[in-house]
Design a protein. Sequence first.
Length: 231
Amino acid sequence: MTESKLWDKKYREKNIASSFKGTLSRSITFLKEFLEKNGGSLTGLQILDCGCGNGRNAVPLAEMGNTVFGLDISENAVKDALEKGRKVKPQWKLHLFHASMAELLPFPDSFFDVVADITSFDILLGEEEIDVHRQEVWRVLKPDGYFLYYDMDATDPYALWLKSEGRMREGGIIVSPEPGPIPFKIYSIAEVAAIFSNFRLLTSNVFRFKDTMYGREHDRAILCAIFQPKK
């Protein structure tokens, strides 16, 4: 099964916990508060949502008055997101498409005010795809734009539990449970900052809460960081 088809299956069976919460990601609230504290606003911006899924964040961001572009490897998820946007408010500026965030982006340089990478970076496992993603995010961001990163922290109890259950592969890769096992990696803020060395870290936080994963409640630790490109 191809990676795209695997993600289609997981969305079809609703095995993506974060995508079906019905609430905005904590990372969006974190960004909104950061912008307002620094004299800005989360409205009227050009935003790219990498790994937009079924529109959990892309649709509300469009509702806030932003022009939102989103991409996801799951064609099913993108279709669901577009349908959700059309049902609520057809005039929203919402442009979603089926693509991988590990590929070159079809946008000009310095095009976005914000690029959001929300619980998506962890599935990029190869050095080449990580490098493409890092360089493309840097390229399409305006010099004063923001890169929003939100993904599992190195201390995330759920990921550490999977490791203790023997779901660890060579190179620090952890594999989620059946059905449709997904390999991923977890990082500390120091490791994320080192990977995105062409960005300047502005602020970060680790959100700790309980979440249900594959029918079992776990404590979670999710890292949120806001970067600005070095240009």
